[in-house]
Each structure stands twice: as structure tokens, then as C-alpha cells.
Design a protein around this ligand. Structure first.
Ligand SMILES: CC(C)(COP(=O)(O)OP(=O)(O)OC[C@H]1O[C@@H](n2cnc3c(N)ncnc32)[C@H](O)[C@@H]1OP(=O)(O)O)[C@@H](O)C(=O)NCCC(=O)NCCS
Length: 446
């Protein structure tokens, strides 16, 4: 494999690996990039989710205009101007399996240094690092949706953000009322293992049907730093809401689902109008899902429940007797960048038999460009090899990223002119095969 040729940083900047000793400087740049109401001093005391060995800064080196020259030489000032990091997701769920994926995160450029090509150079370094680590895919959450398409990331997953009126009627599910309910303060020591176990199990087998059909994108918090940060609940970030709570539903003494949530109380002349915001709502089967949603939609002193970032095919969308009563919005969730076409495409399963030659274009990672023959049997083995055969379907690596988790159809991308068919029937077959029965999503932002 030849490496992509990284774009150099603009003159006056250099990359530097960051360590724990750089925490304050990193948070300073971060709060320049992402304005925060929380003081830097306070933030420095909070746990960081980052893996330091995968965290890089961009240092600006310039002459100090205010300094008095010493022996005719003007002292140089070094300042952190930008940073990025990535999480090592060694078991990132893709359709029918897992792959090592680099989770790009904490991308920030100080406004003083923006629009000079620093992000572009950081992206190239990220691609190089990920490929060297054997990670054929990079995934991220985008602060602003227009940023990452130019680098070959495609919008690959969406999530649902709802507002449901308290007491909304829900369909019955046999067995739901056989659950016992625990409502407690969320606590890592008490609930950490339960949450991890149920989260993994629900991702591996959504609905609990034992079919082996997983939920792509359902990434777990693999590193100790991510765990510590996810469970930390600093009061300064609660925005008037209570500390984190958890409801656990158990059947025959076994936990079958949990939801993290926070309430916020408001008193109005008409009475209390509290809201419930959910964090993660995770259930092993339909009965547990019904039991959980039943608790969440009937908490005293509240008038609305606001599920955040749930899968677009979550059980609640079917449990609501009157789905129109729930106001909703679909938002972009994961963005995916394929960094190594043959490894990534052979590393997932397909929902139909397929034998197709894809013509992939990729300006930034030239190794990906060319004709690839993808052969797969439905829910079985897949191979992807370079070929000189004529293309059946053409697309950019960005659209390959969109389709990679099975949540965006190649046919729908073709309706926007982003995918082209060269052999009649090839697009429909490839589109069906790339799809997946369970919608991709990550339940938490990284
Ligand atoms: C977004 C951000 C990282 C961009 O960094 P930057 O160093 O200014 O980016 P670059 O100069 O390398 O820009 C590369 C290209 O992306 C474009 N671009 C950069 N930021 C963009 C944005 N927010 N929206 C749309 N396009 C953007 C640039 O115009 C440039 O386009 P060109 O190649 O056609 O000239 C920086 O502005 C920032 O930190 N913003 C606030 C925090 C944030 O949003 N971080 C991203 C977290 S996911």
C-alpha cells in the first residue's frame, strides 16, 4: 500500500504529539474552537476521554512582536493552535461483524489560525495514522455537517430526536408487565457492568431474535478514559437538569434493559411542566423496551419526554399508538470514511448475493481509486479485489462511506446523481446487498 501524500502544514506550524502535560493548553484551544460557559480552570479538573498516544497538536511558531530583541535576535513563541485525536475502536460494529475503526474526535483550530489549511493537514495525518494502525475506516460526529464531505466522509447513519407527550398511549407487548423496575442515581460502580453488558448485547442482537443481525455503528466505550469520562457527571454541564438517573428493568431477576435520563422541573401557572431527557435507552427485547418506555413516559411532574439520539427504527416508533403526537427530527449521526477499500468492503456482510465491479474515485487516498470486484453471499463471506473488468457502478469514496453501514441506499444516492450505473440491474442488486435490516446508529457522541 502506498500512503496518501499528506498535505503539509502551512509555513510556521508543526505537528507535535500531545501528552497529559498539555491538558491545559489542549483545553484552551478546545474552548476557543467550541465556546463553553464552563471556565478553563474548572474543565482542567475533569476527566478527559482522550487516548494521549493518539492525540496530536499543531504548534504555531512565530516571532514575539512584543519582545525586546536579545543580541539582535527576536525570541520565538510557540503556541498550540489546533489539535485532533482519535479513539481506537477495535470492535466497531459494521454489518454482520466488527472492524477496527479510528474514531476521529476533538478536532479544533483556534479561530486565529483558521482557514489556512490546518484541518486539511490534520486530516491527512489522521488518515496516515489510521492506516498505519490497520484501521480501514474512520468514523466521526460532525460539529457542522458541511465540513467533512470534502475529505471523503459520507453521512452514514442518522438518529431520531423526539418530543413525546407524557402518558402517550403505547401498544401492549406480552411480558412487559412481568418486569420489575429500579429507578436509581446512575453510578459507575453500581451500574457500569450492567450498562456495558446490555449495551453490547443489544447491539449484537437488536430485538433479541438470535438472528446474528447486528446494529452497525453501535460502538462501545472501549477505553478506560472513555468509560471514566462517560460516567462522570460534572454539575457544570447539567444545564439546570438533575444529576444522571437510570431506570433498569429486570425480568426473573435479570436486567433486560436500562435507560439513563435526567429530569428538569418547571412550574407554570397551569402546573408542573417538567421534561425528561433520555441518554441511552437500551433493551434486549420488545417486552423490555415496552417496560422501559412505559416508565419514561409516565414520570410525575413531567409533561414531555425527549429521547435523544435513538435509532430511527427504535421500538418506540412502533409502540406509539399515535406516532403523530411525537414531534421528531432526524439528525446526522455517524460519518464514515473508507480508508482501505478492499479491507473495509470484505470486512462486512451483505444482505444479498452480489457480484459487482465498483469504480471508486478517491482524490485523497489514491490507493482506493480504481475498479474493485465485490463478491458476497447473503449474510456470508465477502471478497473484494482489484480488477481490470469494466465498472458496473461508479461512485466516490464519500458515497461508499455513506452506504458502508447499510443505512443509506446506493439507489437513493443515485437519485441525487452521486452514484452511476453502467450495467442495467447492477445498481439495484448492489443497493439491496449494501443495505442492512437494522438501521445504523451510535447511541453516544464521541
Ligand atoms: C472546522 C475547523 C476545524 C476548520 O479548520 P480550518 O483549519 O479552518 O480548515 P481548513 O483551512 O483546513 O479548511 C479546509 C477546507 O474546509 C473548508 N471548511 C473549513 N471549515 C468549514 C466549515 N465549518 N464549514 C464549511 N467548510 C469549512 C474550508 O473553507 C476549506 O475549503 P477549501 O479547501 O475549499 O478552501 C475549524 O474552523 C474549527 O475548529 N471550528 C470550530 C470547531 C469545529 O467545528 N470542529 C470540528 C469538530 S467535528
Amino acid at each position: 500500500m502506498t500512503a496518501p501524500s499528506p498535505r503539509p502544514l502551512p509555513a510556521g506550524y508543526r505537528f507535535a504529539p500531545l501528552t497529559e502535560a498539555d491538558k491545559r493548553a489542549l483545553l484552551d484551544v478546545d474552548t476557543w474552537a467550541f465556546p463553553s460557559e464552563v471556565d478553563l480552570d474548572e474543565q482542567v479538573g475533569l476527566p478527559l476521554p482522550l487516548t494521549w498516544s493518539r492525540t496530536f497538536g499543531v504548534v504555531s511558531e512565530h516571532q514575539d512582536a512584543d519582545a525586546v530583541p536579545l543580541d539582535g535576535a527576536v525570541p520565538t513563541v510557540s503556541e498550540l493552535a489546533a489539535m485532533h485525536s482519535s479513539y481506537p475502536f477495535s470492535q466497531f460494529p459494521v454489518p454482520g461483524g466488527t472492524l477496527p475503526v479510528s474514531g476521529l474526535t476533538w478536532v479544533g483550530v483556534h479561530p486565529q489560525h483558521r482557514r489556512r489549511g490546518i484541518l486539511s493537514a490534520m486530516i491527512d495525518l489522521h488518515f496516515e495514522e489510521a492506516r498505519a494502525a490497520g484501521e480501514p475506516v474512520s468514523a466521526l460526529f460532525a460539529a457542522e455537517a458541511p465540513i467533512y464531505g470534502r475529505f471523503g466522509y459520507g453521512q452514514a447513519a442518522q438518529d431520531l430526536r423526539l418530543t413525546i407527550p407524557r402518558g402517550a398511549a403505547l401498544r401492549d407487548v406480552p411480558g412487559a408487565d412481568e418486569h420489575t423496575v429500579r429507578i436509581e442515581k446512575a453510578d459507575r460502580a453500581r451500574h457500569g457492568e450492567l450498562v456495558d453488558t446490555l449495551h453490547r448485547a443489544a447491539g449484537a442482537d437488536p430485538g433479541g431474535h438470535g438472528t446474528g443481525i447486528n446494529r452497525p455503528g453501535w460502538v462501545t466505550r472501549e477505553t478506560p478514559e472513555l468509560q471514566e469520562s462517560w460516567w462522570s457527571d460534572p454539575a457544570v454541564f447539567r444545564r439546570g437538569r438533575e444529576s444522571e438517573r437510570i431506570v433498569v428493568v429486570e425480568r426473573d431477576g435479570e436486567p433486560r434493559g436500562y435507560a439513563t435520563f435526567r429530569r428538569k422541573l418547571a412550574w407554570e401557572t397551569t402546573g408542573p411542566r417538567g421534561t425528561v431527557s433520555t441518554g441511552e435507552v437500551v433493551a434486549l427485547d420488545a417486552a423490555a423496551a415496552r417496560a422501559l418506555w412505559g416508565v419514561l413516559t409516565d414520570l410525575d411532574l413531567t409533561s414531555e419526554i425527549e429521547p435523544f439520539m435513538i435509532p430511527v427504527d427504535d421500538a418506540i416508533t412502533h409502540l406509539l399508538v399515535n406516532p403523530r403526537a411525537a414531534a421528531g427530527r432526524v439528525a446526522d449521526n455517524l460519518w464514515v470514511r473508507v480508508l482501505d477499500v478492499p479491507v473495509a468492503l470484505a470486512g462486512r456482510q451483505y444482505a444479498g448475493d452480489v457480484d459487482v465491479v465498483l469504480h471508486v474515485s478517491d482524490e485523497r487516498v489514491p490507493d482506493n481509486a480504481g475498479h474493485w470486484r465485490l463478491r458476497a453471499t447473503a449474510f456470508g463471506e465477502a471478497t473484494c479485489e482489484r480488477t481490470d473488468d469494466p465498472a458496473d457502478v461508479s461512485l466516490d469514496v464519500r458515497e461508499l462511506g455513506s452506504a458502508f453501514l447499510g443505512g443509506v441506499s446506493l439507489v437513493s444516492l443515485a437519485t441525487a446523481g452521486l452514484v452511476t450505473e453502467h450495467r442495467p440491474g447492477a445498481l439495484a442488486a448492489a443497493s439491496a446487498a449494501f443495505g442492512w435490516p437494522v438501521a445504523p446508529v451510535s447511541s453516544w457522541v464521541f
